[in-house]
Design a protein around this ligand. Structure first.
Ligand SMILES: Cc1ncc(COP(=O)(O)O)c(C=O)c1O
Length: 415
C-alpha cells in the first residue's frame, strides 16, 4: 500500500475509502490495514506455489482478524509462543495446520503443543528432542517433530539465522551423529525445517536456498533412517522498503517445482512459512503532525505517533516510505525529519526525506507497517496510550483492535 488515490484526488484512499473518512471516526495514531491486500498477497503465493502449504507466521502480525482472513483462505499457522498458539486456536486454525517453532520453548509450551495435537513441533536441539519425548510419554501421546537445521548456507540477507554459531536449530554437520544417539519412544521425526533469513529480496538466493533444503532433507532422512513426510523451507521472502523491486516469484516458483519433483517419491507435505511478505505492504501507520519546527537549517515534523507505537524504523534502522496522506498531489520538495513525540533523539521515523510542505494537522502515513509494527513496538513507553488497529474490508471501516486511552494505562497497578 504505497500510495493509492483516485484520479486527481489529493487524499490517500484505501480500497476506495478516503483517509478523511477513517479520520472522522478514529483518532491518530493508528494502524490501518487493507484486507484486500492481505488476501491478494496470500493468493499470489498460493497461485505461484501449488503443492506447497503456506503457513502464516503469527509473529509478523498476530492481529486476530488478519489471522482469520488468512485461515479462511487456507493458510496454516506458524506459531512461536503460547500466546500465538492460543491465538491460532481461537481463530479456528485446524490443529493439523499449526506448527510450533522457536529456540526457547518452555516445558509448558511444549506440553500445550503436545496436548492440542498440533501438526508438528519444530525441535531445535538434542536436549529439546529428549524433553519433547519425555513430555509426550508422560502425556501419553505420540508427537511429530521436524528438526530445525542451522545449515552451512552462505549469507543471503543481513538478517541471517543460519550459517554460523546460532541459537537456532541443530548444526548441520553434527546433526546426524547427535540425533542418532537418542532413543526416542513417543517422538516421530518426520522432516526438517530450515528458516535461514528474513527480508531476502534476491529471488535467486531464495531459489538456491530451496534447492539446498530439498537436497538436505533427503540426506538427513536417509542418514537418520526416517520416513521423510514433511519439509518446511522457511521462506524469508522480503518486501522492498525503499525503491527496490518486488521479489520475482517466477524464479522462486521454478526452484519450488524442482524441489517438489525431487521429493515426489516421498509424498511429503511441503511448507513455506511467511509473515512479512503477506502483511507488510498491507499496513500503514497513520499519525498527525503536531508541530513543524526549524532548527539550525533542518525541518522537524513532530507527530503524535513515534517509536513507542511503531518502533521498527528505529529498532531495525529501516527507512520506511513516508508520505503526507492529505497532500498526495503536491510536490514533495521539502527535506524533513519526521519524528514522534518521544523524549529521545532516536525517535526519528524518517531522516532527511522529501515531503510536500508540512503543516500542523497534516496526516503522515508510514508505509509497509503491516508486519512487525504494533507487535514489535514498545507500546508502554511514555504512557501515551495504545493505538487502534483499523481494517478496511469491502469498503467498510472496522476496528480490529481498540485503542487504549492514556488515562487507563495505570488501571492495573495498585497504589
Ligand atoms: C522461524 C521463523 N519463521 C518465520 C518467520 C517469519 O519471517 P518473515 O516475516 O520474514 O516472513 C521468522 C521471523 O523471524 C522466523 O524466525
Amino acid at each position: 500500500m504505497r500510495s493509492s488515490s483516485a484520479e486527481g484526488n489529493n487524499e490517500f484512499m484505501v480500497d476506495g475509502v478516503p483517509i478523511s473518512e477513517v479520520l472522522s471516526l478514529h483518532r491518530t495514531p493508528f494502524y490501518l490495514y487493507s484486507a484486500s491486500r492481505i488476501r491478494a498477497n496470500l493468493e499470489r503465493l498460493q497461485t505461484n506455489l501449488p503443492g506447497f502449504d503456506i503457513f502464516y507466521s503469527f509473529k509478523a502480525n498476530p492481529n486476530l482478524r488478519i489471522c482469520k482472513i488468512l485461515r479462511e483462505l487456507g493458510a496454516g499457522a506458524d506459531v512461536s509462543s503460547r500466546g500465538e498458539l492460543a491465538a491460532a486456536l481461537r481463530v479456528g486454525f485446524d490443529v493439523g495446520d499449526i506448527a510450533f517453532v522457536g529456540p526457547g520453548k518452555s516445558d509448558d509450551e511444549i506440553q500445550q503443543a503436545i496436548t492440542h495435537g498440533i501438526f508438528a513441533i519444530v525441535v531445535e536441539s538434542t536436549d529439546e528432542l529428549r524433553l519433547v519425548d519425555r513430555l509426550a510419554r508422560r502425556i501419553g501421546r505420540n508427537v511429530r517433530v521436524l528438526l530445525r537445521i542451522n545449515t552451512l548456507e552462505e549469507p543471503i540477507s543481513p538478517e541471517m539465522m543460519v550459517g554460523g554459531p546460532s541459537k537456532f536449530g541443530f548444526d548441520e554437520e553434527t546433526l546426524i551423529d547427535d540425533v542418532r544417539m537418542i532413543n526416542l519412544k513417543n517422538v516421530q521425526i518426520e522432516g526438517i525445517h530450515v528458516y535461514s533469513a528474513s527480508q531476502v529480496l534476491d529471488a535467486d538466493l531464495i531459489a538456491k536456498h530451496i534447492d539446498y533444503v530439498a537436497d538436505l532433507a533427503l540426506r538427513v532422512a536417509d542418514g537418520l533412517g526416517f520416513d521423510l513426510k514433511c519439509v518446511d523451507f522457511g521462506g524469508g521472502f522480503g518486501v522492498p522498503y525503499g525503491d527496490g523491486e518486488p521479489l520475482d516469484l517466477n524464479v522462486i516458483r521454478e526452484a519450488a517445482f524442482r524441489a517438489r519433483d525431487l521429493l515426489k517419491q516421498r509424498a511429503c507435505r511441503l511448507i513455506f512459512e511467511l509473515g512479512r511478505y503477506i502483511v507488510a505492504e498491507a499496513g500503514i501507520f497513520v499519525t498527525r503532525v503536531l508541530w513543524v519546527k526549524q532548527s539550525r537549517g533542518e525541518n522537524f515534523v513532530i507527530t503524535d505517533g513515534g517509536m513507542n507505537h511503531f518502533s521498527r524504523p528505529v529498532v531495525m534502522r529501516v527507512s520506511h516510505p513516508i508520505g503526507i496522506l492529505n497532500k498526495l498531489k503536491e510536490p514533495a520538495d521539502v527535506a524533513c525529519n519526521v519524528t514522534g513525540p518521544i523524549c529521545t533523539p532516536i525517535d526519528v521515523s524518517g531522516r532527511n526525506i522529501r515531503l510536500p510542505r508540512p503543516e500542523p494537522g497534516d496526516i503522515i502515513g508510514i508505509f509497509n507497517a503491516g508486519a512487525y509494527g504494533y507487535t514489535m513496538s514498545m507500546l508502554n513507553f511514555m504512557s501515551l496510550g495504545l493505538p487502534a488497529e483499523i481494517m478496511i474490508d469491502g469498503g467498510k471501516i472496522e476496528v480490529v483492535r481498540k485503542a487504549r486511552e492514556a488515562s487507563s494505562m495505570f488501571d492495573d497497578q495498585p497504589l
